[in-house]
Design a protein around this ligand. Structure first.
Ligand code: C2O
Ligand code: CU
Length: 470
């Protein structure tokens, strides 16, 4: 297979992308090259560039696929350590899930790996490595996958805003990505906040227009309380999944979570600000600046996206599980277990081989992973037979929030005891302190799937497990 479309090889399809702090988009949905390498990146008003790790010339490439149609991307590892790509939220076949030692062998330096699948569901997704994630994602390795096919009427513009903070010093060098103080609490926050790799970018959008804004939280740590100032925005999708439009009034967007908005832009010269209201002093993350002639005269009605048909959980016959999120100072010990079989038939049995960190701070259901010093993979937290409905209650016994993510499945968030949210489909759900959150899904995707907190320092210090669908 010949790779024809290289991210970063100046292929912006519209002149609009130049100089407006928009992300670079790849052309086509097949044979995309994702060249993971260290490249200097000037961040904010720093004195010198940061040695970022990016998939191509610029950070956070945007790829577009179509629901149900073939997509392929070739990862070329030009880093000094092994890596892989996890397609977060996409219900891929297990062999394409990108978890080293669990779904594939790691892609070693100078090696390549082609991911190819037909994404079943339209929406806004993202992709990132899944080993030493605290450093690899911390250094910038991430991108956006837009799966088209959910619009009922065309928008006048489609703006992707990737939120990521960087742990950098003024001289551009990285600060430690994992600190014990951070990992034991809410995580180590970035020192420089950016959208699309820029500090408070100003992005030109058409005036008086109906636009779609895709918010992607690609940060390892920070949970925002996001709102739009200067317009009434409607939420039209959560984690990429269509929802009946409702007015955005501040939404907690944790790491890996996405939110799609529809809004009407102001007239020429008017501005809309993306705000984070989480801190006492609200932060302007980005500004959309309207330019040109008014595009629409009719009054604004946010167009609902086409609802996507996920397998409906059969709650009357569900298997119920509670997963308790807790602190843990000790790593679990596991008896010898049979080796894990990769989708390609190879077997893995050495715990040494996994990307283990030596410290343990957190547990799911009283069990911890990863942890050093044990020779084998832990047993799965849960095992299901294909087609059964699973209802999981997350119970957070810690004083911190945890965005919990499951691989390979899109779940329905049924209820929560604290945060007000509509029933919706998601792949990552925020569980606040002392909260109980119930989710349900049909376990219909066979394989070994990760389940973890997406605050990467929590994931890396124990708040991770896996489940098996036979
Ligand atoms: Cu976004 Cu297991 O990851
Ligand atoms: Cu967590």
């Amino acid at each position: 297979m010949v790779a024809t479309s290289l991210i970063g090889c100046n292929q912006s399809s519209t002149s609009e992308t130049a100089g407006t702090d928009r992300l670079r988009e790849a052309v086509g949905a097949r044979d995309i090259l994702l060249d993971a390498a260290e490249r200097p990146l000037m961040l904010g008003a720093n004195e010198a560039p940061t040695p970022a790790w990016v998939y191509g010339e610029s950070p956070f490439p945007v790829l577009r696929a179509r629901a149900g149609q073939a997509f392929s991307a070739q990862l070329i590892n030009n880093l000094q350590e092994h890596t892989s790509i996890h397609w977060h939220g996409v219900r891929v076949p297990n062999a394409m899930d990108g978890v080293p030692y669990v779904t594939q062998m790691p892609v070693l330096p100078r090696e390549q790996f082609t991911y190819s699948f037909a994404p079943p569901d339209p929406g806004t997704f993202f992709f990132h490595p899944h080993c030493n994630t605290v450093a690899q994602l911390g250094r910038g390795l991430a991108g956006v996958l837009i799966v088209e096919g959910d619009e009922t009427e065309p928008f006048d513009d489609d703006v992707v805003l990737v939120l990521k903070d960087w742990r950098v010093a003024k001289d551009g060098s990285f600060l430690p990505f994992l600190t014990v103080e951070g990992a034991a609490r809410s995580g180590s926050f970035g020192t420089l906040r950016t959208v699309n790799g820029k500090v408070a970018p100003r992005i030109v959008v058409p005036a008086g227009a109906n636009i779609r804004v895709r918010l992607v939280n690609a940060d390892s740590t920070r949970i925002g309380e996001l709102g739009m100032n200067g317009t009434t925005a409607s939420v039209i999708a959560i984690d990429g999944n269509a929802i009946a439009p409702f007015a955005l009034e501040g939404w907690r967007l944790g790491p890996a979570m996405r939110l799609d908005l529809a809004l009407r832009t102001p007239d020429d010269g008017g501005e809309i600000a993306l705000m984070d209201y989480f801190a006492a002093q609200p932060v302007t993350l980005a500004t959309l600046v309207a330019q040109g002639d008014r595009r629409r005269n009719e009054s604004f009605m946010p167009a609902a996206l086409q609802a996507h048909a996920f397998p409906e959980p059969d709650l009357a016959n569900a298997r119920n599980h509670q997963l308790r999120l807790s602190a843990s100072a000790v790593a679990s010990t596991y008896p010898d277990l049979p080796p894990l079989v990769l989708p390609d038939g190879r077997t893995i049995d050495m715990m040494d081989a996994f990307c283990a960190t030596p410290r343990t701070l957190w547990a799911v259901d009283g069990k911890t992973w990863p942890q050093a010093g044990h020779e084998r993979m832990p047993p799965p937290l849960l095992s299901f037979s294909r087609g059964e409905t699973v209802r999981i209650e997350f119970l957070n016994t810690t004083p911190h929030m945890h965005p919990m993510h499951l691989h390979g499945h899109t779940f329905k968030v049924l209820s929560s005891s604290r945060l007000a949210r509509p029933v919706h489909w998601a792949d990552t759900v925020l569980v606040t302190p002392n909260e109980r959150v119930q989710i349900a899904f049909v376990a219909d995707n066979p394989g070994n799937w990760m389940l973890h907190c997406h605050i990467i320092e929590h994931q890396d210090t124990g708040m991770m497990g896996w489940f098996h669908v036979a």
